[in-house]
Design a protein around this ligand. Structure first.
Ligand code: SIN
Ligand code: FE
Length: 289
């Protein structure tokens, strides 16, 4: 297996130049890794480095594209500090992505920015929701009909603790193993769960298959343990970028991370022929949305 991680020695969020091989790697489902690209916190912001800023029961603090802050505990001053920190992260993530992928200008749709102050190892959840198991991102309530999920992550741990990921085999290799296990799509069921409000829009066959792949990977402990993978400790001060609907990933441990999500239609990519939707359509030889 060729390495699924491509290292880029940039030290500025605004890259001075991009490289077609980075763009190709990213669109092929690899993870771009910037080992020396810190997201700096001000002295005032350092006091946000505690799980106490989190509302009980939520996993993340998020700032919606319309600047609505969710999931934060604390007084007005803390909430304002959080909002400013998340806004700045969004701006820097945009700088990085637009300088890395100039053609994405005008094509990206901003999704929320998040701050994750909780220790990964302390999470208790069902196997399906457990992101410690390798998976591709697919969300039960939010069908996306093939729209891509691009994410910019940054480890801001103040104590030198890495965020340890496992990055799995290429998407196409996983599909070969897992697609035969997928239950068939049933359109009336998709309509029923949409009518009940369980999904925010009609789940397409593509969305159904992505959830099936997500679940099949997470349910298979032998696959989790023995499938090809690399363990990657992302140190504080580093950034990594991937299409999380395409790159197989699981998070083993870590605490304090920033994350920005963007969406883009596959037709707007540099190479529109490479995407989970294109791949599954080609394997199954029928339209999936
Ligand atoms: C995920 O997207 O699966 C979680 C990644 C992380 O929290 O590091
Ligand atoms: Fe994920």
């Amino acid at each position: 297996m060729h390495s699924q991680i491509v290292e880029i020695p940039a030290t500025q969020w605004q890259l001075s130049a991009t490289d077609p091989t980075w763009i190709e790697a990213l669109e092929q489902g690899k993870v771009l890794y910037f080992p020396t690209l810190p997201f700096e916190l001000s002295t005032a912001e350092q006091r946000l480095l505690t799980p106490e800023v989190l509302d009980a029961k939520v996993r993340n603090i998020s700032l919606a594209a319309n600047n609505q802050l969710k999931g934060a505990a604390g007084d007005e001053a803390t909430q304002q500090l959080l909002t400013r920190m998340l806004e700045r992260y969004r701006t820097q993530a945009e700088q990085l992505v637009y300088s890395l992928l100039p053609n994405y200008q005008g094509a990206l749709r901003n999704a929320p920015t998040s701050y994750r102050p909780k220790k990964v190892e302390a999470r208790a959840q069902s196997w399906r929701a457990d992101d410690r198991r390798m998976h591709v991102d697919a969300f039960p309530s939010r069908p996306n009909r093939g729209e891509r999920i691009l994410r910019v992550f940054s480890n801001i741990n103040p104590e030198g603790v890495p965020r340890v990921w496992r990055v799995g085999e290429p998407f196409a290799d996983m599909v070969q193993t897992m697609l035969p296990r997928a239950k068939p799509y049933v359109r009336w069921q998709a309509k029923a769960i949409n009518a009940l409000g369980i999904t925010k829009s009609l789940r397409s066959e593509y969305d159904h298959l992505m959830l099936q792949l997500h679940d099949a990977m997470k349910a298979d402990m032998d696959y989790q343990k023995n499938a090809k993978q690399v363990r990657m400790p992302f140190p504080p001060g580093s950034v990594w970028v991937c299409f999380s609907d395409h790159a197989l990933h699981g998070v083993e441990s870590g605490q304090y991370m920033m994350e920005q999500t963007f969406h883009i239609a596959p037709e707007q990519q540099y190479n529109p022929k490479i995407s989970p939707l294109a791949h599954l359509t080609q394997v199954l030889q029928r339209p999936l949305i």
